[in-house]
Design a protein around this ligand. Structure first.
Ligand code: FES
Length: 150
């Protein structure tokens, strides 16, 4: 097994621990790469295709490397009603990204998440955990510009 994934050795290599192993990989690398799939398959003695099956079944796992700035657009009920689909449209126009995508430079990635817990401030998104509320096109542009210039 690739030395990069030696942290898996802290987990018992029972096949029932596969999800735990994949969670660990994602915690370390931010996503589960093709190399990580190979390493997990080898370590837990499970065919790669089965590991991929588990990854596609559970929404918690990311297969695309996240950007330096991870944009999470809330699509809970309140945010959906107050414009989450529009926020995605603006992000598509500004960054060319749909949910689940990362830009070519690895700066921004976009994903959809469930309620961020501040529904009265909808529509809401977070960037690397920092919450931005009452989004409109103008303040979204400003927020993106600030991160792009960091
Ligand atoms: S629905 Fe978006 S914060 Fe609750």
């Amino acid at each position: 097994m690739d030395e990069q994934y030696s942290f898996l050795k802290q987990i018992d290599p029972e096949s029932s621990n596969l999800i735990k192993g994949l969670q660990q990989i994602q915690a370390v690398e931010g996503y589960v790469s093709d190399d990580a799939i190979r390493a997990a398959a080898e370590y837990f003695n499970i065919p790669e295709v089965e590991v991929e099956g588990v990854l596609s079944f559970y929404a918690q796992f990311k297969r695309v490397k996240p950007g330096k700035y991870q944009i999470c657009v809330c699509d809970g009920t309140a945010c959906h009603i107050k414009g989450a689909p529009l926020v995605h449209e603006w992000l598509k126009q500004e960054l060319g990204l749909d949910p689940g995508e990362t830009d070519a430079d690895g700066i921004f990635s976009v994903e959809t998440v469930a309620c961020l817990g501040c529904c009265s401030l909808a529509p809401v998104m977070s960037v690397n955990g920092k919450v931005y509320a009452k989004l409109d096109r103008k303040n979204l542009k400003k927020i993106l510009k600030e991160y792009a210039e960091k």
